[in-house]
Write a protein that binds this ligand. Structure first.
Ligand SMILES: Cc1cc2nc3c(=O)[nH]c(=O)nc-3n(C[C@H](O)[C@H](O)[C@H](O)COP(=O)(O)OP(=O)(O)OC[C@H]3O[C@@H](n4cnc5c(N)ncnc54)[C@H](O)[C@@H]3O)c2cc1C
Length: 191
């Protein structure tokens, strides 16, 4: 059975970024991901400038568009707040390529990626944590649960009480005419 100092469940931005920094520090790290990368993720893809400037490497290869202006509507569109800056306020990315880029950067520091490996359970044998996945067992000294909002790992670790306040979210990607695209793609709008 392969052993790692740290096993991270999930290759989203939190898991992949943690892996990047651990790999850079020379710590033996594995990412366990249930999907095959690049994987689609439901997301608006709006990346705020504060996050972008904290990225430890250039992400321009995955940037779709940048916005210097953001319109935010309140109170059933009664009020509108416009913010405008000389640097992009929001950078648009697609999560499949963005998340995959971070994983690729982590791999450059020696991080192991086990994709198509779904974490099924965690058991402790002789003080060692064994992660049972759909393909193989892995042992690790530390486990980081970065498996998203539903986090099956957190549930396995005993956080079973659901304290979320649920807000339904729908995402739909639609194709629009080039004129509509030209008009709508000028500004980032929050309603
Ligand atoms: C509709 C919608 C729109 C959003 N829009 C925005 C936006 O515009 N801007 C923004 O900043 N945020 C947005 N978010 C929030 C953003 O998507 C999350 O904050 C972000 O994805 C969290 O990243 P993460 O790395 O923690 O988890 P995730 O990105 O969810 O990654 C978790 C990973 O864990 C893997 N995984 C899960 N279970 C297992 C398992 N058992 N074994 C192995 N792997 C597993 C999953 O496959 C996944 O790859 C949006 C969210 C939604 C739902």
């Amino acid at each position: 059975m392969k052993h790692f100092t740290v096993a991270i469940i999930g290759s989203g931005p939190s898991g992949a970024s943690t892996a990047f920094h651990l790999g850079k520090a020379g710590i033996a790290t594995v990412i366990i991901e249930k999907e095959t990368l690049p994987r689609y993720k439901t997301c608006g893809g709006g990346f705020v400038n504060r996050g972008k400037k904290d990225m430890p490497f250039d992400i321009s290869s995955v940037v779709e568009r940048e916005f210097l202006k953001v319109e935010t509507y309140f109170n059933n569109r009664e009020k509108c707040y416009l913010s405008e800056k000389d640097k992009p306020i929001i950078t648009m990315i697609m999560r499949d390529s963005f998340d995959h880029l971070i994983v690729k950067k982590a791999k450059e520091f020696g991080v192991t990626l086990l994709e198509n490996h779904k974490l099924k359970s965690i058991v402790t044998i002789d003080g060692k944590s064994i992660l049972k996945t759909s393909q193989q067992d892995i042992s690790a000294d530390f486990i980081i649960a970065a498996d998203g909002v539903l986090s099956p790992t957190a549930k396995m670790a005993g956080w079973t009480k659901d304290t979320r306040k649920l807000i339904p979210a729908l995402e739909y990607e639609v194709e629009v005419s080039s004129e509509d695209f030209e008009r709508l793609s000028k500004m980032f709008v929050l309603i």
